[in-house]
Write a protein that binds this ligand. Structure first.
Ligand code: ADP
Ligand code: ASP
Ligand code: MG
Length: 440
């Protein structure tokens, strides 16, 4: 058994869906096929939810009908048989009619969650209808809401997911392909929830880990993890091999190709993850395994929306217990820390979730003078043994000659050097590091 995940652009047109069907039926291996929503749909559903939340019911309904209309030509060109088109229109209309009904109800937050998962519900039903037309009896749709459970800490409940998923597969042993939704899950109270934007990657690795499969494949619109952000830097290149640690750091620190935490389940269960390009299936892509490949710097990524907090106090001098008190404040507000640097009289910390910023500042003021800088970006340089490679640090410092750096974290792990810059310096920093580290 393998898990194949296809992102929004990979199923974004009828021709692409047909191409995906060819890819997954090229051999007879059993597979779980995890699909995202058709590209653009989730963004539109979020927009519709926002209009609804703000009380603009007419605007929300108009946008909903515009989205519904985009599915007409899609169905017409995806399916050939009139009976299958009828099935597809019926399903799509059921989902849109239900959203229409919800938008007429008084608003409450949970409705947003129920609306936003419709993209995946629709894409998987359309795809399954197409598979039924082309390869009848080959595939079955298994709803993610029947097995993808989170626990009280909003982490996947692996034991429950394994048990439920295995039982669903055992009820359908005569099928080779099991089509399911990415992104969709249930929270610990049983309510419909999601794994955050880009969460279909996470769905795939959770399922792979729950079933201990041979390999998890993430099929997307680019030929693997590149050595820098291709949306910002020219001439980036795919990286053939990454360790779980390296891929995990890149994903967490902003490489959008992977959901921030999707490497964790694969790493825990030591399951290889392969990133492949749906449009270029013969390209090698990126293979992520537990193997360390001694090389110098492999890639650079950037994470926006960071807040830096500095606590300055002469009481730190020769004192012990100071850092513990500072960390306890972040623990109390369940706010993870990304970077930390210290000197004898100050400690600087970064967070990416400012939900409790006001309370955190207030509490920290007990221990010293607090300064806050918002709109910062972490630039993360990833590779094996980065900190020990001779010459790397001097290249990094040369690249940063003209760029004011707010913080540097070096040597915390053997895979990572992190820098903090103002967000408006991100592009310049990425480009400068790229030319110094990769175009020597
Ligand atoms: P999908 O819809 O298949 O999940 P995403 O849009 O989430 O695809 O991720 C693929 C995109 O990630 C690429 O098109 C690329 O623009 C972007 N990206 C950002 N950083 C990287 C990187 N380091 N390597 C490859 N792609 C990256
Ligand atoms: N459709 C969801 C999103 O756009 C999940 C995903 O594509 O991974 O965020
Ligand atoms: Mg994605």
């Amino acid at each position: 058994m393998k898990v194949y995940k296809f992102g929004g652009t990979s199923v974004g047109t009828p021709d692409r869906m047909k191409h995906v069907a060819k890819l997954i039926t090229a051999d007879n291996e059993k597979k779980i096929i995890v699909l995202s929503a058709i590209s653009g749909t989730t963004n539109t559903l979020v927009e519709i939810g926002d209009l609804f939340r703000l009380g603009n019911i007419d605007g929300a309904l108009a946008r909903l009908e515009e989205l519904r209309a985009t599915y007409d030509p899609f169905i017409q060109s995806l399916l050939t048989e009139a009976s299958n088109k009828k099935i597809a229109f019926k399903i799509v209309n059921q989902y849109f009619d239900e959203m229409h009904r919800l938008i007429h109800q008084p608003f409450y937050n949970q409705i947003l969650k129920i609306i936003v998962v419709n993209g995946e519900l629709i894409s998987t039903h359309l795809f399954q209808t197409y598979l039924n037309e082309k390869h009848p009896g080959h595939s079955v749709l298994i709803p993610a809401a029947e097995f993808m459970y989170l626990n009280e800490s909003e982490e996947p409940n692996m034991a429950l997911i394994s048990a439920k998923l295995e039982s669903l597969l055992n009820q359908n042993t005569n099928y080779e392909l099991f089509v399911t939704q990415g992104f969709i899950c249930r929270n610990c109270s049983g309510g419909i929830d999601n794994l955050n934007r880009g969460g279909s990657d996470y769905s795939a690795t959770i399922m792979g880990a729950a079933l201990n499969v041979k390999e998890i494949q993430i099929w997307t619109d680019i030929d693997g993890m590149h050595n820098n952000d291709p949306r910002i830097v020219d001439n980036t290149k795919p990286i053939s091999n990454l360790s779980f640690e390296e891929a995990g750091e890149l994903a967490y620190f902003g490489a959008k190709i992977l959901h921030p935490t999707c490497i964790i389940p694969a790493q825990q269960f030591d399951i290889p993850v392969r990133i492949k390009n749906t449009m270029k299936p013969f390209a090698y892509g990126t293979l992520i395994t537990s193997n360390q490949n001694p090389e110098t710097v492999k890639a650079i990524a950037a994470k926006d929306g960071i807040t830096a907090i500095k606590i300055k106090s002469s009481r730190m001098i020769l004192a012990y217990g100071f850092l513990r008190k500072v960390f306890e404040v972040f623990e109390q507000y369940q706010t993870p820390i990304d970077m930390i640097t210290t000197s004898e009289i100050a400690v600087s910390i970064t967070i990416d979730d400012p939900k409790f910023l006001e309370q955190i500042i207030q509490d920290l003021q007990k221990y010293g003078k607090v300064e806050v800088d918002v709109n910062q970006t972490i630039i993360c340089i990833v590779g094996d043994m980065v900190a020990e490679q001779k010459g790397i640090s001097s290249e990094i410092f040369k690249a940063l000659e003209e760029i004011p750096i707010r913080m540097i974290s070096y040597g915390g792990s053997r895979n990572n050097i992190s820098l903090l810059v103002k967000n408006n310096l991100k592009e310049k920093t990425l480009k400068s590091l790229n030319s110094h580290l990769f175009n020597l």
